[in-house]
Write a protein that binds this ligand. Structure first.
Ligand code: GLU
Length: 506
């Protein structure tokens, strides 16, 4: 178990587009871990690859977390004393550390042009820039010192590569996977820095920043596991082994219907979002749907994601953020990938709609009504929410179910008419109409007492009366209890709808 002191974790996205739902899960696990240990959660932007920079992505990511209620203690837009937290603003810092590696002989300068590199790849099967090939390439190890200096002086383009010694057993201690061993022979001399844009690559910037920002645990997706041995070697090269963070590589999110990584295409194919918020691609204008715009409650998304790769070890499925903070356990995360069960996501939303008070759901419901040109008082909207919210997974699904409360039926469902409208129905409905119009008190209880007494006296069948009555008020065979409906509509509207139905139905 980790001691609570000095827990510092970070979420470090590259602003290359909208945040994938898997990234949201990674951030959530970091957040839960930080809060559980009373530690800090840092938001860092890893934007050293300017070719992949997408405008608006950083704002999108921040807005996603605001919506979800995941908050940070430090970082881009949050402040803190270990900034700047945007890597493109830290060039001067990285340069110093690149120099340190060059000076200590742990890294070297390489001049190979893209053409030379592809020629090498063609000549040598499975070419890798490493101990077996580097002396045949153009770099500060294969060239003389004078030649190297001359090339730099003349402005030749170069990169700095990490010098990997082969035959070393590199161990990544992973809190989820245990010790992962790798022989350094399989690693290549990774590029750490590019002179052309004066920026480090992901690996160097990531390690330097985790060190300087005093990150205690690196919790990230499984796709970063192959980079971890290199990161361990970098810590060693800098002499920072003692403060190296602990690693935890989270299980992949898998396709709902098979093996393989969850992709945006799965969402398009099966009809669910893979992004927290709607995203409009600034280059193509293509719009991708988001959980927020699809009508998910943030609490439901959090609960659903928390259980993709971890569970509390009990039957409990509904966990508040506070309960998640208390119960989350990094060491109990699964190694195997987690199937993305989007049907379950809708179930969670249903459960969270039930947990919400009618007042909390009111704004969403009111805008749904306005979008359908219905003007309702808050009192009316609240009454309908109370009757109907238990029937849906999403607030927007309430419209087809609730329309009749606000708009009188203009037609009557044929099947229901055939089944429920008997030859004696007009007589019964006329009698019922008379009875209701005689009532001064139109409350549920008052109507119920009067209608039941009348049905008994006439020896009618309860079902016959109620089904026909429903058809007159709703236009079809569904909906909540009849007295709830008539009480909501009020006497005048109830009688008006009955009169119209009696006149129009056969
Ligand atoms: N910038 C990387 C990303 O986009 C960070 C990976 C890490 O957490 O080390 O996910």
């Amino acid at each position: 178990m980790t001691t609570s002191a000095n827990v510092r974790v970070r979420f470090a996205p590259s602003p290359t587009g909208p945040l994938h739902i898997g990234g949201v899960r990674t951030a959530l696990y970091n957040y839960l871990f930080a809060r559980q240990h009373g530690g800090q959660f840092v938001f860092r932007i890893e934007d050293t690859d300017s070719n992949r920079f997408v405008p608006g992505a950083e704002q999108y990511i921040l807005e996603s977390f605001r919506w979800l209620g995941i908050d940070f203690d430090e970082g881009v837009s949050f402040g803190g004393d270990k900034g700047p937290y945007r890597q493109s603003e830290r060039r001067h810092i990285y340069k110093q550390y690149v120099q340190q590696l060059l000076d200590s002989g742990k890294a070297y300068i390489a001049f190979d042009t893209p053409e030379e590199l592809s020629a090498a790849r063609e000549a040598v099967p499975n070419f890798q820039y490493d101990a077996s090939t580097r002396m045949k390439m153009r770099n500060s190890l294969s060239l003389s010192k004078d030649e190297t200096e001359r090339l730099i002086r003349e402005g030749a383009n170069y990169v700095v590569r990490f010098l990997i010694e082969p035959g070393e057993d590199v161990v990544v201690h992973d809190l989820i996977r245990g010790d992962v061993h790798i022989n350094s022979r399989v690693l290549d001399d990774k590029v750490l820095y590019k002179a052309a844009d004066e920026l480090p690559t992901y690996h160097l910037a990531n390690i330097v920043d985790d060190h300087l920002m005093q990150i205690s645990h690196v919790i990230r997706g499984e796709e970063w596991l192959p980079s971890a041995p290199l990161h361990v070697l970098l810590y060693r090269a800098f002499g920072w082994e003692d403060t190296m963070p602990q690693f935890a590589h989270l299980p992949l999110l898998l396709k709902p219907d098979g093996k393989g990584k969850l992709s945006k295409r799965d969402g398009d194919r099966l009809g669910f979002p893979v992004f927290p918020l709607e995203w409009k691609d600034p280059a193509t204008g293509e719009v991708s749907r988001g959980y927020r715009e699809d009508g998910y409650l943030p609490e439901a998304v959090i609960n659903f994601l928390a259980l993709l790769g971890w569970n509390p070890g009990t039957e409990q499925e509904l966990l508040s953020l506070q309960e998640l903070v208390e119960q989350f356990d990094l060491s109990k995360c699964s190694k195997a990938g987690a199937k993305f069960d989007y049907v379950k996501a809708a179930w969670f939303n249903h459960e969270y709609i039930l947990k919400k008070s009618d007042a909390e759901l009111l704004p969403a419901f009111t805008s749904l009504l306005s979008a359908n040109s219905v003007e309702a008082t808050d009192e009316q909207a609240l009454a309908v929410l109370g009757m109907m919210k238990g029937r849906v997974n999403f607030v927007k699904e309430l419209w087809p179910l609730c329309k009749f409360f606000f708009v009188a039926p203009t037609e009557y469902d044929e099947k229901t008419v055939r089944k429920r409208w008997k030859e004696y129905s007009p007589t019964q409905m006329n009698e019922l109409k008379e009875l209701l119009s005689s009532l001064d008190d139109f409350s549920i209880e008052s109507q119920e007492a009067a209608v039941h007494a009348w049905i008994e006296a006439k020896e009618y069948k309860m079902g016959d009366v109620m089904n026909a009555w429903r058809l007159t008020l709703v236009g079809e065979g569904k909906g909540p209890g009849m007295f709830e409906i008539s009480a909501f509509l009020g006497k005048a509207e109830t009688l008006k709808r009955m009169k119209k139905a009696i006149a129009e139905l056969p």
